[in-house]
Design a binder for this molecule. Sequence first.
Ligand SMILES: Nc1ncnc2c1ncn2[C@@H]1O[C@H](COP(=O)(O)OP(=O)(O)OP(=O)(O)O)[C@@H](O)[C@H]1O
Length: 312
Amino acid sequence: MDAIDINGVTKRYGSETALDGLDLTVERGEIYGFLGPNGAGKSTTINLILDFIRPTDGEVRVFDLDAQSESLEIRERTGILPEGAELYDRLTGRQHVEFAIESKAADDDPDALLERVGIADAAEKKAGGYSKGMSQRLMLATALVGDPDLLILDEPSTGLDPNGAREMREIIREEKSRGATVFFSSHVLGQVEAVCDRVGILRDGDLIAEDTVEGLRDSMPTQTQLRVTLDQSPDASSAVIDAVEALDGVSSVTPDGRTLVVACESDAKTRVLQTIEDHDVTVEDFETGESSLEELFVAYTSDAKDEMGVVQ
Ligand SMILES: Nc1ncnc2c1ncn2[C@@H]1O[C@H](COP(=O)(O)OP(=O)(O)OP(=O)(O)O)[C@@H](O)[C@H]1O
């Protein structure tokens, strides 16, 4: 049985199509990263899973329960960290967690949960005085109440410093080890790359790619990053940069001291090096690297993708 099964779901707001026949499956026990640029339809998808909104067409099932007629059962088994904290300014951190425990008829220890998310010291403080990061941690504590089978985290690292983001990743991994399924949307690609079993990339309401991070990389074997060290620092406006940028198969050129960072197709590498030498600049060294998930994300979601023939 899958954790989330979205079947041919279309959602229109008036003439605006937010989702267009979306098919998406999240397996039980996996950490699924849901990526997409602003307006791609991520929040719409999450709202449909939780029955906060209804699809124009298609069906959503969670643990084989119908998202519409069995939404109460689904919510009992789900922990939600919504985008943007919705806290009660006059309640303390502990009161928030106690409230979540009561609502779910769970028996968690509120202090243990606050300790787990790193804000035990602020348990007695009113949430109105919490920083963004503390609010996010508190919301995570309430999401963890009752050991939910499914955790839905919408942009979980919002407002967190690097330490907070690392702790968030640790908690996500612990939840998976416990057997929970984690579905999270993010723009912070490093988070997704570090923690997800699979990644789905949404663009304009369509899932345009879905695979492991390695699988996404393999589907774009031609895209590499070439770092070329020169014998001199190229001026940002120098002719050599313009010439390399103009080459077929080169998508970007970024100077970094004496290094030129060139995103290009593999077969453009020789042309890049030749063009630099043609401009009387000596190549002292060069190395090629794998595309980071960030570069893949840009490649998949920018218009260049259509020209690059990325697998749909
Ligand atoms: N209540 C609404 N009424 C009209 N249009 C809406 C509504 N909610 C979302 N949309 C539109 O649906 C599309 C998808 O929006 P959605 O909020 O799901 O995207 P998102 O991927 O979550 O974006 P973001 O990363 O910016 O939060 C957008 O074009 C948005 O303008």
